[in-house]
Design a protein around this ligand. Structure first.
Ligand code: GUN
Length: 280
């Protein structure tokens, strides 16, 4: 029997509705959650992401300001803006869209964002809090994956989870979040010996490598939950994940589609983190 679909579009819509109601409650208390998004340069993909984030904020009643800076902006100018936003009481969350132009040091920039406004959850202090299980912001993409599991009634406790990919944005925080929920976690990457064998052990398999369709059905345990974080453009129009959907759907118990799986969850979780920042 083919896998059931983990419908990110539907679940993200439900999360956005929850956020909308929470925003309305906060507004009754005189608090309007505010998000500042900073975009440096004119990377076309980043422009689309930033526009979508701004629109999503407006839809749920979050106050959103986009700072579009030219590609020649100096690091000092960018840091000045962030410091100004750190001190702006109307702004509860700050997101600097990545990647930044090569003359700007991403680490320095991220580390300048006030910890209580780091709604992306990328700062070293936030990551440290995530690892030790302290209060923190969950990075939006892995947070979205966890909510997909929760809303579908899939409990990671005691399950074997395999995360393919070790990025700071997805793979590493994903592994930590699954561990915090009592899964037994393996992190695989480009140097992993016998990746297929590792993947076949997984009750929950998360693919976050950015390689089109590299996880095929023969690498999946019968009935596994497969979460595909990849969004890869092939050709002019087609988007595919890191999982080869047609073969994987025949083996998995649950699977996320691409598009319409993890993607819509990421922005929904950004909204949730922004509201959480305002509530704090
Ligand atoms: N670029 C690609 N994904 C992200 C993200 O989640 N946050 C930021 N700030 N930049 C990104």
């Amino acid at each position: 029997m083919p896998a059931q679909i983990l419908d990110g579009k539907q679940i993200a819509a439900a999360v956005r509705e929850e956020v909308k109601q929470e925003v309305a409650r906060l507004k009754e208390q005189g608090i309007t959650p505010g998000l500042a998004v900073v975009l440096v340069g004119d990377d076309p993909a980043s422009q689309v992401y930033v526009r979508n984030k701004h629109r999503a904020c407006e839809e749920v009643g979050i106050y959103s300001v986009v700072h579009r800076l030219p590609g020649e902006t100096t690091q000092a100018e960018l840091l000045d803006l962030i410091k100004q936003l750190n001190n702006d009481s109307q702004i509860h969350g700050i997101l600097v869209q990545l990647p930044l132009p090569p003359h700007i040091d991403e680490k320095t920039v991220i580390d300048t964002i006030a910890l209580e406004k780091d709604v992306d959850g990328f700062s070293p202090a936030n990551v440290g809090n995530l690892v030790i299980g302290d209060k923190c912001f969950y990075p939006c993409t892995p947070h979205g994956c966890m909510v997909l599991l929760d809303k579908t009634g899939i409990d990671p406790r005691g399950k074997k989870a395999v995360v393919v990919g070790r990025s700071n944005i997805v793979g590493k925080p994903m592994a930590m979040m699954l561990l915090a929920r009592h899964a037994t976690v393996t992190i695989c990457h480009s140097r992993t010996a016998n990746l297929a064998e590792e993947c076949r052990q997984a009750d929950i398999l998360v693919a976050a490598v950015g390689k089109p369709e590299m996880i095929t059905g023969d690498m999946i345990k019968e009935g596994a939950v497969v979460i595909d974080v990849g969004i890869n453009r092939v050709g002019e129009k087609k988007l595919v994940g890191d999982v080869h959907f047609e073969s994987a759907v025949q083996k998995a118990g649950w699977i996320t589609p691409v598009p319409g799986g993890v993607g819509p969850m990421t922005i929904a979780m950004l909204l949730k983190n922004t509201v959480e920042a305002a509530r704090r």
